[in-house]
Ligand binder design. Structure first.
Ligand code: ADP
Length: 193
C-alpha cells in the first residue's frame, strides 16, 4: 500500500491550539505529516523562523509521524521536493473559503498531481487565528486557553522585551513610539476588518 505524506504549510506566527487541532487530525489520516513554516520575505513576523520552529517542535513532540520544517518559494515546489502528495489546510469559516479555494486551484494548476485537503478544527477553535493571539497578547489579555504553554511563555518574553525597550526609550528622553504605534495598529486593524 502507498504511504501518503502531506505537508501542512503556514506562517504559524505564533502556532495556536487551532493549528495543533489540525495537526492532530492530519496525523490521524496521513501516514506522515510535515508542518512546513513558510519564510515569507514580504511579512515581518513577530517570531523568528527559529522560534516558530522550536515552538512547533515542542508542540508536536508527542506525534510519531509529524515533523517540522521550514521552506521558501512555492508551496508546490516544496511539496514535490519532500515527495508529499497532499497539502493540508484549515478552514475555519466561510471567510477562509474564498482565499483557500483560490490558492488550492492555483496550486492544482501548477502541480496537478498534488491534492489540497481541507479540514475543520473543533468548533471552539473556529474563531482562533495567530493575528488575534498576537493582538490580545500585545494588549495585555490572557491567551492561555488559545495557545500551548510554550507559546504563552514565548509571547510573555517577547512582550516583556518590547516593554523594556519602550521604557528605556522614555528614560533616555526619546519620544515613546507607544501612542503612535497603537493608533497606527488600530487603524491597520480597522482596515483589515
Ligand atoms: P497562512 O499565512 O498560510 O494563512 P497560518 O499560520 O495563519 O498561515 O495558517 C496556516 C493554515 O492553518 C491555514 O490553512 C489556516 O486556515 C489554518 N488555520 C489557522 N488557524 C486555524 C484554526 N484556528 N483552526 C483551523 N485551521 C487554522
Amino acid at each position: 500500500m502507498k504511504r501518503i505524506k502531506a505537508i501542512y504549510p503556514g506562517s504559524f506566527d505564533p502556532p495556536t491550539n487551532g493549528h495543533l487541532d489540525l495537526i492532530e487530525r492530519g496525523s490521524q489520516i496521513f501516514d506522515e505529516l510535515v508542518v512546513a513554516i513558510l519564510r515569507n520575505p514580504e511579512k515581518s513576523p513577530l517570531f523568528s523562523l527559529a522560534d516558530r520552529r522550536k515552538m512547533l517542535e515542542a508542540m508536536t513532540a508527542g506525534f510519531d509521524n509529524v515533523s517540522v520544517d521550514t521552506f521558501d518559494g512555492l508551496t508546490v515546489d516544496y511539496a514535490l521536493k519532500v515527495e508529499a502528495r497532499a497539502i493540508l489546510r484549515g478552514i475555519r469559516a466561510i471567510s477562509d473559503y474564498e482565499y483557500e479555494l483560490q490558492m488550492a486551484l492555483m496550486n492544482r494548476k501548477l502541480q496537478p498531481g498534488l491534492e489540497t485537503v481541507f479540514m475543520m478544527p473543533a468548533e471552539k477553535y473556529s474563531y482562533l487565528s495567530s493575528r488575534l493571539v498576537r493582538e490580545v497578547a500585545q494588549l495585555g489579555g490572557s491567551v492561555e486557553c488559545l495557545v500551548p504553554e510554550i507559546v504563552v511563555q514565548k509571547l510573555r518574553e517577547k512582550i516583556d522585551v518590547a516593554h523594556k525597550f519602550e521604557k528605556s526609550g522614555k528614560l533616555a528622553g526619546k519620544p515613546s513610539s507607544g501612542g503612535k504605534s497603537k493608533s497606527k495598529r488600530s487603524k491597520n486593524n480597522r482596515d483589515k476588518r
